[in-house]
Design a protein. Sequence first.
Length: 252
Amino acid sequence: MTVKKPTRAKRTAARRKKTATRTPLTKTPKGGPIGARIGTWMALRLAREYQRHQTTTMSRRDAAILRITHEGCPRCKGNGQIFTKGKDGSFTGSKPCTAKPTRAKAGRMRVAIASRFGADKSSGLVGWTCPCGKKEKPRFRDAKEATKALRTHERQKHGGKTVGGAWYAQTTAPDTAPTEQPKPVSKVVTDSGLTDDQWIKKNKSMAPAKAIAKGYCWQCAGNGTLYSAFGGQQLAVACDECQGSGKARVSA
């Protein structure tokens, strides 16, 4: 007589554990006294600004250490990292300098001074600009972080669609003081041989973000001069943004 094997009891499949969503420590109250809601909102705003300030301070300190340890480096020009450019002159990314540091250590006091004072306190950092007018000064450690902040802005203000934003980098300022150039003067041209429409078309048409990425002035797109016609006169007006140089202004 054959013995029947006992049937195994079916085990219910274990449910997949869901990760609990992290709730913020402080929430803005939806109800209650208006004073409590305003106070909580101000506290959250101050906390966000403090965190942003701390991140910027750390980025400036790291950039100052690289500048000091790579001072006089012929490969990165004393910047500590190398910014790459595309064929059109726009910035495409950044990478650390592969050369051996010229200094082994950077003094704490020297790092603190270099990261807080002077025109080079933001050198080696990256910022971004958007055609809508929003612009972030150089405060990010590399192009990856700046691009992440630009994408966050596009999600919040443009529905997640790219509208042609770009990022730019600030490099180390030259040691020698630039020679003072005379201020360009506007003038009236009477013998151009062009019609008013042809004269006005001499202005370059370029998006502000693209002009800044190429190192040009966003207002004149590298021309240094704005062409206009008014009252039968053809005018060549010096660009007041770049003072006629056609180059983008470097943020401090």
